[in-house]
Ligand binder design. Sequence first.
Ligand code: NDP
Ligand code: OXD
Length: 314
Amino acid sequence: MTLLVDIEGWDVEPWVERFARAMPGRMIVTPADSFKADDVSYAAVWKHAPGSLNRFKNLKVIFSLGAGVDHVLRDANLPNVPLVRLVDEDLRDRMSEWVMLHVLMHLRQQRMYDYQQYEKLWEDDRFQPAARDVRVGLLGLGVLGTDAAKKLQVMGFDVAGWSRSAKRIDGLACFSGTDGLAEFLARTDILVSLLPLTADTRGILNRKLFEQLAKDGRLGGPILLNAGRGGLQVEADILACLDDGTLRAVTLDVFEVEPLHAESPLWHHPQVTVTPHNSAISEIGAVTGFIVRQIDRFEAGESLEHVVDVKRGY
Ligand code: NDP
Ligand code: OXD
């Protein structure tokens, strides 16, 4: 069996090396190598060229090297084989760290204290609300959203979540579907987006949604964090809503176009914090370990885990 590692935008060599170490005796190839297309049984991909997987007639499984699969499903000519997405504790914990960091940064107004330090200003008279008085809402209660929600609860925040299907999670106010969205938004001071990018969620982070966020919160206006995908957000609306006070501040890890272009006003907006799509990286050892386990299961006749529902889009 041959494993094709097809990566755009990251250095492929360390991945090939790690797969080769983890799967001795197997062929690990990249699209740039010469190999027999018919020998390829598995493909591990990050942003492969659409249409390029069709020539592998004996392909059995496609593995996404990330938790999101929009980069795979944008391929309209995808072979009809199972698509497995990454579910991994390391990635999950990294995402929760990022969420905690930025929720706390907004709660404790750290950007303002950075500025004060720079200006040598000793001013400690600003109002500091308690975490219990701040309502955080997770858009998406999947693997990542649920873990972040639980960790925010430990810090004392008043946490709710929104998902497609109805859920019951201890101590968490759960809302679902289009019907539950308005009520969820109306009780949210800090909105954390951990949704996948699908036909239903594209552009969901827009003015209409921001205007439904709580207006009576303790932070002086609603705050948005998005680490889901850039395609969820309408950046022109985010900027206009920051300028007219509909939003107080945002932290964005993902963008409509990545890398974020140099002219984007998001870079230098005083109420915007930018991170370069690294809230939760795919750590090579953790990801290759996950894929090797899935291949072992598959070859032992067991079912694959975390197979994507292609129709649903995640
Ligand atoms: P999951 O599939 O486990 O969870 C997705 C959640 O979104 C589910 O709760 C699902 O609802 C909900 N959802 C999907 N569509 C809708 C909809 N139309 N309306 C309401 N809720 C919806 O995904 P993960 O938690 O593992 O990952 C989420 C996303 O995070 C990934 O798809 C990826 O885009 C992004 N990501 C970003 C990273 C980064 O570095 N910035 C790193 C890793 C992931 P239900 O539970 O009912 O199915
Ligand atoms: C992912 C990502 O989907 O890194 O895992 O964005």
